[in-house]
Design a protein around this ligand. Structure first.
Ligand code: T5A
Length: 209
Protein backbone atom coordinates (compact mmCIF):
# COMPACT_ATOMS: atom_id res chain seq x y z
CA UNK A 1 0.00 0.00 0.00
CA UNK A 2 1.15 3.54 -0.75
CA UNK A 3 1.54 4.93 2.79
CA UNK A 4 1.79 8.52 1.52
CA UNK A 5 -1.79 8.46 0.23
CA UNK A 6 -4.59 9.50 2.54
CA UNK A 7 -7.29 6.92 3.19
CA UNK A 8 -10.84 7.11 4.46
CA UNK A 9 -12.01 4.24 6.63
CA UNK A 10 -15.60 4.09 7.83
CA UNK A 11 -17.18 1.99 10.53
CA UNK A 12 -20.80 1.01 10.04
CA UNK A 13 -23.42 -1.14 11.69
CA UNK A 14 -26.87 -1.18 13.22
CA UNK A 15 -27.72 0.15 16.65
CA UNK A 16 -25.50 -1.10 19.48
CA UNK A 17 -23.09 -2.84 17.10
CA UNK A 18 -20.10 -1.60 19.13
CA UNK A 19 -18.66 1.04 16.80
CA UNK A 20 -17.07 3.00 19.64
CA UNK A 21 -14.93 0.07 20.83
CA UNK A 22 -13.89 -0.77 17.28
CA UNK A 23 -13.10 2.85 16.44
CA UNK A 24 -10.65 3.00 19.33
CA UNK A 25 -9.01 -0.27 18.26
CA UNK A 26 -8.64 0.92 14.66
CA UNK A 27 -7.12 4.19 15.79
CA UNK A 28 -4.63 2.27 17.98
CA UNK A 29 -3.75 -0.05 15.08
CA UNK A 30 -2.66 2.84 12.87
CA UNK A 31 -1.01 4.90 15.60
CA UNK A 32 1.18 1.90 16.50
CA UNK A 33 2.37 1.96 12.90
CA UNK A 34 3.20 5.67 13.06
CA UNK A 35 0.22 6.65 10.90
CA UNK A 36 -1.66 9.69 12.18
CA UNK A 37 -5.39 9.25 12.22
CA UNK A 38 -8.13 11.86 12.41
CA UNK A 39 -11.42 10.55 13.82
CA UNK A 40 -14.81 11.96 13.01
CA UNK A 41 -18.45 10.95 12.95
CA UNK A 42 -21.66 11.22 11.00
CA UNK A 43 -23.99 12.87 11.20
CA UNK A 44 -21.77 15.55 12.72
CA UNK A 45 -18.03 16.04 12.78
CA UNK A 46 -18.09 19.79 12.07
CA UNK A 47 -19.76 22.68 13.97
CA UNK A 48 -22.53 22.78 11.35
CA UNK A 49 -22.81 18.99 11.19
CA UNK A 50 -23.17 18.70 14.95
CA UNK A 51 -26.10 21.16 14.84
CA UNK A 52 -27.67 19.09 12.06
CA UNK A 53 -27.09 15.96 14.17
CA UNK A 54 -29.05 17.51 17.05
CA UNK A 55 -31.95 18.23 14.69
CA UNK A 56 -31.86 14.70 13.29
CA UNK A 57 -31.65 12.82 16.57
CA UNK A 58 -33.78 14.88 18.98
CA UNK A 59 -36.74 12.70 19.97
CA UNK A 60 -40.03 14.28 18.92
CA UNK A 61 -38.71 16.20 15.88
CA UNK A 62 -41.01 15.52 12.93
CA UNK A 63 -38.79 14.86 9.89
CA UNK A 64 -39.99 13.23 6.67
CA UNK A 65 -37.79 10.61 5.00
CA UNK A 66 -36.63 12.97 2.24
CA UNK A 67 -35.70 15.76 4.67
CA UNK A 68 -33.86 13.19 6.80
CA UNK A 69 -31.85 12.06 3.79
CA UNK A 70 -31.00 15.62 2.74
CA UNK A 71 -29.98 16.60 6.26
CA UNK A 72 -27.65 13.58 6.38
CA UNK A 73 -26.12 14.74 3.11
CA UNK A 74 -25.90 18.38 4.26
CA UNK A 75 -23.85 17.23 7.23
CA UNK A 76 -21.78 14.94 4.96
CA UNK A 77 -21.09 17.63 2.34
CA UNK A 78 -19.83 19.97 5.07
CA UNK A 79 -17.70 17.22 6.62
CA UNK A 80 -16.20 16.33 3.24
CA UNK A 81 -15.34 19.94 2.45
CA UNK A 82 -14.17 21.02 5.88
CA UNK A 83 -12.32 17.97 7.13
CA UNK A 84 -12.11 14.85 4.98
CA UNK A 85 -10.84 16.26 1.68
CA UNK A 86 -8.20 18.52 3.29
CA UNK A 87 -6.96 15.68 5.53
CA UNK A 88 -6.79 13.17 2.67
CA UNK A 89 -4.97 15.76 0.55
CA UNK A 90 -2.30 15.94 3.25
CA UNK A 91 -1.92 12.15 3.18
CA UNK A 92 -3.63 11.57 6.51
CA UNK A 93 -5.94 8.70 7.42
CA UNK A 94 -9.51 9.65 8.34
CA UNK A 95 -11.57 7.31 10.46
CA UNK A 96 -15.31 7.98 10.32
CA UNK A 97 -17.97 6.59 12.62
CA UNK A 98 -20.48 6.05 9.75
CA UNK A 99 -20.47 7.55 6.24
CA UNK A 100 -22.63 7.31 3.11
CA UNK A 101 -23.33 3.57 3.49
CA UNK A 102 -25.46 4.53 6.51
CA UNK A 103 -27.72 6.57 4.22
CA UNK A 104 -28.11 3.59 1.88
CA UNK A 105 -28.98 1.41 4.89
CA UNK A 106 -31.19 3.73 6.98
CA UNK A 107 -32.81 6.06 4.45
CA UNK A 108 -32.65 3.51 1.63
CA UNK A 109 -33.39 0.20 3.34
CA UNK A 110 -35.15 1.56 6.43
CA UNK A 111 -37.19 4.43 4.93
CA UNK A 112 -37.56 2.96 1.44
CA UNK A 113 -35.93 5.76 -0.58
CA UNK A 114 -34.66 4.46 -3.94
CA UNK A 115 -31.00 3.49 -3.99
CA UNK A 116 -30.55 5.37 -7.28
CA UNK A 117 -31.53 8.67 -5.63
CA UNK A 118 -29.03 8.17 -2.82
CA UNK A 119 -26.32 7.12 -5.27
CA UNK A 120 -26.94 10.33 -7.21
CA UNK A 121 -26.53 12.47 -4.08
CA UNK A 122 -23.34 10.55 -3.29
CA UNK A 123 -22.00 11.15 -6.80
CA UNK A 124 -22.87 14.84 -7.00
CA UNK A 125 -22.32 16.08 -3.43
CA UNK A 126 -19.66 13.75 -2.02
CA UNK A 127 -17.81 12.35 -5.01
CA UNK A 128 -15.89 9.61 -3.20
CA UNK A 129 -16.42 6.48 -1.12
CA UNK A 130 -14.43 5.17 1.82
CA UNK A 131 -11.36 3.14 0.88
CA UNK A 132 -12.36 0.56 3.48
CA UNK A 133 -15.59 0.03 5.40
CA UNK A 134 -15.85 -2.20 8.45
CA UNK A 135 -19.46 -3.33 8.73
CA UNK A 136 -20.21 -4.53 12.25
CA UNK A 137 -23.03 -6.99 11.73
CA UNK A 138 -25.24 -7.97 14.65
CA UNK A 139 -28.77 -9.32 15.03
CA UNK A 140 -31.29 -6.56 15.58
CA UNK A 141 -32.51 -7.80 18.98
CA UNK A 142 -29.01 -8.22 20.34
CA UNK A 143 -27.93 -4.77 19.10
CA UNK A 144 -30.99 -3.01 20.49
CA UNK A 145 -30.53 -4.79 23.81
CA UNK A 146 -27.00 -3.38 24.00
CA UNK A 147 -28.20 0.10 23.07
CA UNK A 148 -30.94 -0.08 25.73
CA UNK A 149 -28.50 -1.37 28.34
CA UNK A 150 -26.45 1.83 27.96
CA UNK A 151 -29.32 3.48 29.84
CA UNK A 152 -28.89 6.89 28.14
CA UNK A 153 -32.36 7.10 26.60
CA UNK A 154 -33.08 6.48 22.93
CA UNK A 155 -32.67 9.07 20.17
CA UNK A 156 -35.29 9.68 17.45
CA UNK A 157 -33.95 6.98 15.13
CA UNK A 158 -33.28 4.44 17.90
CA UNK A 159 -36.99 4.69 18.76
CA UNK A 160 -37.94 3.04 15.44
CA UNK A 161 -39.56 -0.41 15.38
CA UNK A 162 -37.56 -3.63 15.07
CA UNK A 163 -38.91 -4.04 11.52
CA UNK A 164 -37.13 -0.83 10.50
CA UNK A 165 -33.81 -2.15 11.83
CA UNK A 166 -34.31 -5.50 10.10
CA UNK A 167 -34.52 -3.59 6.81
CA UNK A 168 -31.46 -1.51 7.74
CA UNK A 169 -29.45 -4.66 8.42
CA UNK A 170 -30.58 -6.28 5.16
CA UNK A 171 -29.59 -3.16 3.21
CA UNK A 172 -26.14 -3.06 4.81
CA UNK A 173 -25.54 -6.73 3.98
CA UNK A 174 -26.80 -6.24 0.44
CA UNK A 175 -24.35 -3.34 -0.06
CA UNK A 176 -21.53 -5.47 1.35
CA UNK A 177 -22.41 -8.23 -1.11
CA UNK A 178 -22.26 -5.66 -3.95
CA UNK A 179 -18.85 -4.33 -2.85
CA UNK A 180 -17.06 -7.15 -1.00
CA UNK A 181 -13.58 -5.68 -1.55
CA UNK A 182 -14.42 -2.36 0.10
CA UNK A 183 -16.96 -3.46 2.70
CA UNK A 184 -15.70 -6.13 5.10
CA UNK A 185 -18.33 -7.74 7.31
CA UNK A 186 -17.33 -8.30 10.93
CA UNK A 187 -19.35 -10.59 13.21
CA UNK A 188 -20.20 -8.09 15.97
CA UNK A 189 -22.31 -10.52 17.99
CA UNK A 190 -19.12 -11.83 19.64
CA UNK A 191 -17.59 -10.51 22.87
CA UNK A 192 -15.69 -7.24 22.37
CA UNK A 193 -12.22 -8.87 22.40
CA UNK A 194 -13.20 -11.25 19.60
CA UNK A 195 -14.73 -8.44 17.55
CA UNK A 196 -11.53 -6.41 17.93
CA UNK A 197 -9.45 -9.47 16.92
CA UNK A 198 -11.46 -9.84 13.69
CA UNK A 199 -11.07 -6.14 12.98
CA UNK A 200 -7.30 -6.17 13.49
CA UNK A 201 -6.93 -9.22 11.23
CA UNK A 202 -8.96 -7.46 8.56
CA UNK A 203 -6.82 -4.32 8.83
CA UNK A 204 -3.58 -6.30 8.62
CA UNK A 205 -4.80 -8.07 5.51
CA UNK A 206 -5.96 -4.77 3.99
CA UNK A 207 -2.64 -3.03 4.69
CA UNK A 208 -0.70 -5.87 3.05
CA UNK A 209 -2.62 -5.71 -0.23
N1 T5A B 1 -27.87 7.60 10.44
C1 T5A B 1 -26.58 8.00 10.31
C2 T5A B 1 -28.73 7.54 9.34
O1 T5A B 1 -29.92 7.23 9.48
N2 T5A B 1 -28.23 7.87 8.11
C3 T5A B 1 -26.94 8.29 7.92
O2 T5A B 1 -26.54 8.59 6.78
C4 T5A B 1 -26.08 8.35 9.08
C5 T5A B 1 -24.66 8.80 8.92
C6 T5A B 1 -26.73 8.23 14.67
C7 T5A B 1 -27.94 7.70 14.00
O3 T5A B 1 -28.02 8.25 12.69
C8 T5A B 1 -28.40 7.26 11.78
C9 T5A B 1 -27.88 5.98 12.36
C10 T5A B 1 -28.02 6.19 13.86
O4 T5A B 1 -29.31 5.78 14.25
P1 T5A B 1 -24.65 7.06 15.69
O5 T5A B 1 -24.20 8.21 16.47
O6 T5A B 1 -23.60 6.29 15.03
O7 T5A B 1 -25.64 7.46 14.46
O8 T5A B 1 -25.60 6.30 16.66
P2 T5A B 1 -25.68 4.86 17.08
O9 T5A B 1 -25.59 3.82 16.05
O10 T5A B 1 -26.92 4.90 17.88
O11 T5A B 1 -24.37 4.72 17.93
P3 T5A B 1 -24.28 3.86 19.16
O12 T5A B 1 -23.34 4.59 20.02
O13 T5A B 1 -25.58 3.45 19.73
O14 T5A B 1 -23.74 2.52 18.58
P4 T5A B 1 -22.37 1.88 18.69
O15 T5A B 1 -21.29 2.93 18.67
O16 T5A B 1 -22.30 0.85 17.66
O17 T5A B 1 -22.43 1.20 20.08
P5 T5A B 1 -21.45 1.35 21.28
O18 T5A B 1 -20.06 1.14 20.88
O19 T5A B 1 -21.81 2.57 22.05
O20 T5A B 1 -21.92 0.06 22.08
C11 T5A B 1 -23.21 -0.01 22.60
C12 T5A B 1 -23.15 -0.72 23.97
O21 T5A B 1 -22.78 -2.09 23.77
C13 T5A B 1 -21.60 -2.41 24.49
C14 T5A B 1 -20.92 -1.07 24.77
O22 T5A B 1 -20.13 -1.12 25.93
C15 T5A B 1 -22.11 -0.14 24.91
O23 T5A B 1 -22.62 -0.17 26.21
N3 T5A B 1 -20.79 -3.28 23.61
C16 T5A B 1 -20.73 -4.60 23.74
N4 T5A B 1 -21.30 -5.46 24.61
C17 T5A B 1 -21.03 -6.79 24.44
N5 T5A B 1 -20.24 -7.29 23.45
C18 T5A B 1 -19.63 -6.47 22.56
N6 T5A B 1 -18.90 -6.95 21.59
C19 T5A B 1 -19.89 -5.05 22.68
N7 T5A B 1 -19.50 -3.97 21.97
C20 T5A B 1 -20.06 -2.91 22.55
Amino acid sequence: MNQAAGKLISIEGGEGAGKTTVLNAVRGFFEQRGISVVSTREPGGTPLGEKVRELLLAPGNRICAEAELLLMFASRAQLAAELIKPELAQGHFVLSDRFTDASFAYQGGGRGIAETKIAELERVYVGFKPDLTLLLDIGVEQGLARAHARGQGLDRIEQEHADFFLKVRAAYLSKAAQEPERIRVIDASQPADDVVRQVLETLEQWMER
